[in-house]
Ligand binder design. Structure first.
Ligand code: UD1
Length: 422
């Protein structure tokens, strides 16, 4: 199994290109099931999660091929679509549940495995289920599978979600595009990936208003056509690499980055003493070598501070001056990186959903283990700030969400390499 070897070193300088968003691509791909015409996605990230979604869609009868070294995905569901999303694929990735809405819209029925547990929390499906029930679906759980049926197809409905779930918003919106009549989703999630999905669905002929706000209205249409769409920039990859010069000092330009994708995160970095400037090409992050100030963070749905950047922010706080409080409100078990960071000399006290991090002068390299995608990259960031060598094992987590991670870090002068271990 591969590991990542990080050697702490000095300031970083240069440019890092930011890829298309994993989470946007994972919801754009199932949109192919809504149409029998081709859907072409450009700026797609090259990640194992995208390959998992490709396998799932192919198992449902869609054709998916890649071009331009994986950055273009050509999808088509012109043939027979089958309603059965099998456990063997779904269990690999929770985002597999994003086929439920499109399958219901296209076929009027679907059988989709429950995704099962995941390291960062229980992640149930109740919000997806009640949202789709508001569109006339009847859903029951049998043998680990959600069996969803409709009487003659989906019908427009009004629904208010108990929590602004990203995936449930995407499933509802995709399902409602082909429902009979008008649908309204209240307390909808507002993430940029949802806005990106709506932009693509609109190109396919969907009638949708209110994306990016907490109320989305969808006027169902009889059919959707094809489209070509460029996947929005990955704001989580962007935020992750913004933290590298914040941790080691230096000046790095993140190509394709925009502040509007991450304003709450940028505000926090500036509060910590990091400089951020927007250019025509992206965002420039600069920090003199030396410790940042400790800042308190509470994770929230967009436009708040993203939970997917909490672990990486914790890595920065490990060497900040003062004590930072990091409160996780989205997932119940998302501090598994804390004990690993402690092995590197960090001072972290976790109580319930809050971690108190007291910055130390310098971390020390150690062997650490990645427990999930964002946790693993936080350990690399911490390794950059540490004295000596840090080896991060279980690198397959990283491959799910960070393309060419070694090349991107090395491109700005960081000593990061992939090594084979037995
Ligand atoms: C998406 C992102 C993920 C990010 C998360 C929150 C994708 C592929 N993944 O995940 O990277 O961390 O948003 O920003 O886009 N919940 C329920 N019942 C449900 C659905 C969700 O209780 O039916 C809970 C979850 O357990 C979790 C919280 O709601 O605690 C947020 O989940 P949700 O917004 O649905 O996240 P995902 O769409 O799974």
């Amino acid at each position: 199994m591969d590991s990542i070897l990080v050697t702490g070193n000095g300031p970083l300088n240069g440019q890092i290109p930011i890829a298309g968003a994993k989470n946007a691509c994972l919801t754009l791909m199932p949109a192919t099931l809504l149409s029998d015409e081709p859907l072409t996605l450009t700026n797609a990230p090259r990640l194992s999660d995208i390959r998992t979604m490709t396998m799932l869609l192919q198992s449902l009868g869609a054709e998916v091929s890649t071009m331009a070294e994986g950055q273009v995905l050509a999808l088509s569901s012109h043939g027979t679509v089958t309603p059965h999303a099998d456990y063997d694929i779904v269990r690999k990735m929770r985002a597999s549940n994003l086929v439920l809405g499109p399958l219901l819209a296209r076929l009027g029925h679907a059988v989709v495995s429950l995704p099962g547990g995941c390291a960062i929390g229980a992640r149930p499906m109740d919000i997806h289920i009640t949202a789709l029930e508001a569109l006339g679906a009847e859903i029951e759980l049998k043998d680990g599978y959600l069996h969803a049926t409709t009487q003659g197809g989906l019908k427009g409905g009004v629904h208010e979600m108990r929590f602004a779930s990203v995936g449930a918003t995407e499933n509802f919106v995709m399902a409602a595009t082909l429902a009979k009549g008008t649908s309204v989703l209240k307390n909808a999630a507002r993430e940029p990936e949802i806005v990106d999905l709506v932009h693509c669905l609109r190109k396919m002929g969907a009638q949708i208003e209110g994306e990016g706000t907490s109320e989305i209205t969808i006027q169902g249409v009889d059919r959707l056509g094809g489209a070509t769409h460029a996947v929005v920039t990955d704001r989580i990859e962007l935020g992750t690499y913004m933290l590298a010069p914040a941790i080691c000092g230096g000046k790095v330009e993140l190509l394709g980055g925009r502040r509007a994708l991450l304003s709450a995160f940028c505000d926090k970095l500036e509060e910590a003493g990091v400089e951020i400037a927007e250019t025509d090409a992206g965002l420039v992050v600069a920090h003199k070598t030396g410790r940042v100030r400790a800042v308190d963070v509470v994770t929230e749905p967009y436009p708040g501070f993203p939970t997917d950047l909490q672990a990486q922010m914790m890595a920065l706080m490990c060497t900040a001056e003062g004590t930072a409080s990091l409160e996780e409100t989205i997932f119940e078990n998302r501090f598994m990186h804390a004990p690993e960071l402690t092995r590197m000399g960090a001072q972290i006290e976790v109580q319930g959903g809050t971690a108190k991090v007291t910055g130390v002068e310098r971390l020390k390299g150690a062997r650490v283990m990645a427990t999930d995608l964002r946790a693993s990259v936080s350990l690399i960031l911490a390794g950059l700030a540490a004295e000596g060598e840090t080896t991060v094992s279980r690198v397959y987590h990283l491959d799910r969400g960070y393309e060419q991670v070694v090349r991107k870090f090395a491109g700005v002068g960081a000593k990061v390499e992939r090594i084979k271990e037995d």
